[in-house]
Design a protein around this ligand. Structure first.
Ligand SMILES: Nc1ncnc2c1ncn2[C@@H]1O[C@H](COP(=O)(O)OP(=O)(O)OP(=O)(O)O)[C@@H](O)[C@H]1O
Ligand SMILES: [Mg+2]
Length: 256
């Protein structure tokens, strides 16, 4: 199993949107996918199940050694896509901080997912490189960094990449897939310049070739609690995420 964390220093850059739609793209291609919400605010669950506040989830597994993995899995309409919401886990949120024991528990969690036959585990995360997001990154195989294509946002990217590189001291197997430009508006000068500026700033292998365009359908999809690909008129977006999936498969050497 390959675990991929979707992580960024900044909030609101499209992490949850990318997590859901990338998980959907892998699942459509035939991979057995588990989507996990590791953001205490629980947005994947809110979006996909609309009842995540009541469901048990990832944080319950972290907080209670007796909590079984199987009691957390929520099936979806697609046979190859399941999810685990964030759950309750308020103690962790308040307690904050990370420790080796939390990292070990995250590793156990990923080990359980692997033993259940999942091929790909996509983990949505809370903004920042601290607390539980850091623990998850220390336990995972790869990280994808969404970044909104706007002039101010782009500036924080080198710092984020530096933070991830430092984290590799704790997790040498962590593959930095690169930055994924999101909400790109090629017809708006500032957005296009920010996107191109980032490509000039960073080595080519640190920026995904595929970009996620800004499109109102994403908002509609999250309102309905579905991946954007199930909505009418989403063919272009569906193919963007499919290209992204192929790019990730190639970078990580994955094949079905
Ligand atoms: N490509 C896009 N085009 C248009 N709107 C988008 C796009 N991606 C995300 N959005 C919208 O932007 C908002 C923020 O996106 P999202 O929740 O995915 O970001 P996030 O990084 O997970 O935020 P947070 O840090 O709060 O978890 C949402 O309303 C979402 O529907
Ligand atoms: Mg989010």
């Amino acid at each position: 199993m390959t675990s991929i964390v979707v992580s960024s220093q900044k909030g609101g850059v499209g992490k949850t949107t990318v997590s859901i739609n990338l998980a959907f793209a892998f699942a459509r291609a035939g991979w057995n996918v588990l989507l996990v919400d590791t953001d205490p605010q629980g947005s994947v669950g809110l979006s996909l199940t609309r009842q995540s506040r009541k469901l048990l989830g990832f944080f319950d597994y972290l907080g209670d050694q007796k909590q079984t993995f199987d009691g957390l899995v929520v099936p979806t309409r697609m046979k190859t896509l399941s999810m685990i919401p964030a759950g309750q886990g308020e103690g962790y949120e308040l307690g904050g901080g990370y420790s080796e024991s939390v990292v070990e528990r995250v590793k156990d969690f990923l080990g359980e997912a692997e033993s259940r036959g999942y091929d790909i585990c996509i983990l949505d995360s809370a903004a920042g490189l601290f607390g539980i997001t850091r623990d998850v990154l220390v336990a995972a195989d790869a990280v994808l960094v969404p970044q909104q294509a706007e002039p101010l946002g782009i500036r924080s990217v080198p710092k984020m990449l530096k933070g991830l590189t430092e984290l590799r001291a704790k997790n040498t197997k962590l593959s930095i897939l690169g930055v994924l430009l999101t909400m790109v508006q090629r017809d708006v000068q500032e957005s296009a310049e920010a996107a191109d500026g980032l490509r000039e700033l960073l080595p080519a292998q640190l920026v995904m070739k595929e970009e996620v365009p800004r499109d109102g359908l994403f908002l509609k999809a999250s309102g309905k609690g579905v991946p954007v690909g199930v909505l009418q008129g989403s063919a272009k977006l569906l193919s963007a995420f499919d290209e992204l999936r192929l790019e990730i498969e190639s970078k990580l050497g994955l094949s079905l």
